[in-house]
Ligand binder design. Structure first.
Ligand code: FAD
Length: 397
């Protein structure tokens, strides 16, 4: 990529060295044991990759989204889990807190992340997935703060994350005021209980768990005051979430890139019919298509990541990058396994792990279908309500 600055090339090289060394060595083991890679998070923090997007005055580096993407891409070539940790330590919840939080909230959360914490973002509930605004978790206004009650599920990092950004329906004097975000710290704030862990298909070293909020009290100074107020608070969060989506797209892309590199290498080494299998046109065309898809995914991701300073990535660009990179990653990891033949299907090689890990990204963080809805709404400049009531209301207008 010609347009990278010298400092970005340096970030990329440092990330590649860590990824091709320690991270690569640990990837199979953490997948097998399903243990969260605490040592890796220490090494990421030492390298300055945890919280690199946090402003300099709070101890971070004020890194751009493209800087972060370069690190995620390199980590994912060897380990999707490590790459996801980098996403969540720079985008998602911490990104929203850095953008919308008070100085006090930023000063509370930044040190955790810089020391290696991967914050958790808590939106999805058993009955509110794509229809996230139908969440039923409540934050009831009480003297001096809010009392949160409800259940979330599929929360990445449940039981390992310290900083939590929890979304709940704000209720004041018995009335619904909108969806607000609240900061809680696990083990310090009473009433946050980690529930059962999902037996996930891939990315197994990060726990995906239920979280139970049982009269969890958060003081007034832990409520994130979105500039638009509670009514528009969720929309503001979704704006911050565009960065997370670019990060997720990059993890999918990086995993696919790693699988592709291994497939190319393998095709030159493996011989059948007295020739390297790379000499068969059937595989050459597969690798050609894989490489084209990867180049296109990378271009979409880099474009979305090059948001103006102080701005989140554009919603349409972030959605397009995630749709394309996630679907392409499924195809590329499938082809990479095919090129490896039976060895690709063996747990002795990373192909099957990469295939499992890549599968997540058309689902988590906004499904490919919901993101297509968003792209359509944006390009047609039309509201596209998904509820029956919303359709009827629009038709009546
Ligand atoms: P559903 O909403 O039930 O959807 C089922 C199917 O219906 C999907 O194919 C969907 O695309 C389709 N569908 C639904 N509505 C529409 C529509 N209007 N138009 C077209 N198709 C539609 N959540 C968090 O809050 N925090 C996390 O940290 C987190 N981490 C996750 C990690 C993993 C590994 C996974 C798998 C999920 C994670 N999630 C997290 C939850 C994730 O964001 C949700 O799974 C996702 O939003 C989809 O919700 P759902 O699974 O309930 O699917």
């Amino acid at each position: 990529m010609l347009f990278l600055t010298d400092s970005q090339r340096d970030i990329q090289a440092r990330a590649k060295a860590l990824s091709d060394g320690y991270v690569k060595d640990k990837a199979a083991e953490i997948d097998r044991t399903e243990q969260y890679p605490w040592e890796t998070t220490k090494k990421l923090a030492e390298a300055g990759f945890m919280g690199m997007s946090i402003p300099k005055e709070l101890g971070g580096q004020g890194a751009s989204y493209l800087d972060v993407v370069l690190v995620i891409e390199q980590m994912a070539r060897n380990c999707g889990v490590t790459a996801r940790i980098v996403v969540e330590a720079n985008m998602g919840g911490i990104g929203a807190i850095m953008a919308y939080g008070t100085q006090e909230q930023k000063e509370l959360c930044a040190p955790y992340v810089l020391a290696g914490d991967k914050p958790a973002i808590c939106i999805t509930e058993p009955d509110a997935g794509s229809a996230a605004t139908e969440m039923t978790t409540t934050a009831e206004k009480v003297e001096g703060g809010y009392k949160i009650n409800g259940v979330k599920h599929w929360i990445t990092g449940g039981g390992v994350s310290k900083v939590h950004l929890i979304f709940a329906r704000v209720v004041e004097n018995g009335e619904f005021r909108g969806i607000g975000g609240f900061i809680a710290i696990r083990d310090e704030d009473e009433g946050l209980r980690v529930g059962k862990r999902e037996p996930a298909m891939g990315l197994r070293a990060i726990p995906e768990t239920h979280l139970h909020f049982e009269d969890l009290f958060v003081a007034d100074n832990r409520a994130v005051k979105f500039p638009q107020g509670y009514r528009k608070g969720f929309a503001a969060l979704m704006n911050a979430y565009n960065a997370q989506r670019v990060g997720a797209a990059t993890v999918a892309h990086g995993i696919a890139q790693g699988a592709f590199e291994r497939a190319v290498e393998f095709s030159k080494e493996r011989e059948q019919f007295g020739r390297p299998i790379a000499e068969f046109q059937g595989l050459q065309w597969m690798m050609s298509d894989m490489s084209t898809g990867l180049a296109a995914a990378q271009a979409l991701i880099y474009k979305a990541a090059m948001a103006e300073e102080g701005q989140f990535p554009n919603m349409q660009e972030a959605a397009q990058a995630k749709i394309f990179a996630a679907e392409n990653a499924i195809k590329v990891t499938d082809s990479a396994m095919q090129i490896h033949g039976a060895m690709g299907y063996s747990r002795n090689l990373p192909m099957e792990r990469m295939y499992r890990d890549a599968r997540m990204f058309t689902i988590g963080g906004g499904t490919a279908q919901m993101l297509r809805n968003q792209v359509a709404s944006s390009l047609l400049e039309m509201k596209l309500p998904q509820t029956r009531a919303g359709h009827l209301k629009l038709a009546a207008e």
